[in-house]
Design a protein around this ligand. Structure first.
Ligand code: KG4
Ligand code: ZN
Length: 342
């Protein structure tokens, strides 16, 4: 089965064509992503109206590129991410998908954007054929969400914990701004942090940042205090290249330590060994390697880097592994959709 999938929840306009494999994995035939990130970085963050306007401009060219060599008959369904996200942006993808499903007379599948991040772990290629073994502890870390989800089976998911304030990606973006780095902060902080790991810059003593809630025996997290601690550190120090890299490294380490500890607590609480990582922050090397070192390569699934950030291949993958067919007239964007809806 081939699915044409659309993603437009924030600043990426993406269209993909994916296919189900008999082993339960998903093969990506086409994956086109256009982003208004460069434009957004001029503002130091996402401006919803700008993002929506760019979605309108990018949707048709992106769609045309994705279906260039694909015959309409090959497409068996249309999938679209309908939330969470920015209302104006979501509308563009949802209306495009509804129109295609109606005009082409194909079934329409709605996809929760956060489920799609998890589904990126089911994407396989000629090098990767290992799909997650469930049950597993799911950890999704993105710009708007940080949640622990018990993935009992492909169908049955249970929310078990998460942040009570800022999402991890949001904290990366805010700390990036405090350090004078470009938007988005996550990749920029990682570049700074790697300078320490690779010995290009020596980590200097800047003091330790807090590891919020790390010793609290629950699955709650908090990252806004950590951001405030960085702000204090920044005002107390004269910014140099060494200090910037050292703070970036210390911040990355603090976040990763908390995420690994809370994942460990979730594994113990639910007697589950496997871990599935997802979301934009899943691209972070320290986090990927930290989870693998702690819990073992055989127990940890991380998405390929190119499927960590927002893309439509993961939306198609979600429609394949967890299909939710919906009538064209019933689908509306849901900007506040939660990771798990009951
Ligand atoms: O999942 P995503 O692409 O969009 C949302 O659904 O929110 O996540 C975007 C977030 C941004 O906050 C960005 O700074 C962060 O993911 N991010 C990273 C890295 N790459 C992207 N954070 C840490 N390390 C990275 N390498
Ligand atoms: Zn996302």
């Amino acid at each position: 089965m081939k699915i044409l999938s659309i993603e437009s929840s924030c600043d990426e306009t993406a269209v993909a064509v994916v296919e189900r494999l008999t082993n339960g994995g998903v093969l990506v035939r086409k994956n086109v992503v256009a982003s208004s990130l460069t434009l957004q970085s001029e503002f130091g963050g996402i401006v919803p109206e700008v993002a929506a306007r760019e979605q309108v401009l990018a949707m048709i060219p992106t769609l045309s590129e994705a279906v260039k060599d694909i015959k309409r008959d090959e497409i068996e369904g249309i999938a679209v991410s309908y939330g969470p996200g920015l209302m104006g942006s979501l509308l563009i993808g949802v209306e495009t998908a509804k129109t295609l499903a109606w005009v082409w007379n194909k079934p329409l599948f709605r996809v929760n954007h956060m489920s799609a991040h998890f589904a990126a772990n089911w994407i396989v290629d000629e090098n990767i054929s290992k799909i997650p073994t469930l049950p597993a502890i799911g950890l999704v870390v993105s710009g708007g969400h940080t949640d622990l989800v018990l993935l009992k089976s492909v169908e049955e998911w249970q929310w078990i914990g998460g942040t009570r304030d800022d999402a991890v990606g949001e904290a990366f973006d805010k700390v990036g701004r405090l350090l004078g780095l470009s938007y988005p902060g996550g990749p920029a902080i990682e570049i700074e942090s790697k300078k320490i790991d690779e010995g290009l810059i020596k980590k200097i003593t800047i003091g330790k940042l807090p590891r919020p809630m790390i010793y609290e025996d629950n699955l709650e997290m908090s990252f806004s205090g950590l951001k405030a601690a960085v702000a204090k550190m920044v005002t107390e120090k004269k910014m140099t290249e060494e200090i910037r890299a050292s703070i970036a490294h210390e911040f990355n380490e603090a976040v990763v330590e908390v995420l690994i500890k809370k994942t460990e607590m979730a594994r113990e609480k639910y007697s589950v060994e496997n871990v599935v990582l997802a979301g934009g922050v899943a691209a972070n090397k320290m986090l990927r390697e930290g989870l693998i070192n702690k819990f073992g390569l055989e127990n940890v699934w991380v998405p390929q880097i190119k499927y960590c950030g927002d893309n439509a291949a993961m939306v198609g993958a979600a429609a394949i592994i967890k299909p939710e067919m919906v009538d064209v007239k019933d689908l509306r964007p849901d900007p506040n959709l939660e990771v798990v809806t009951e």
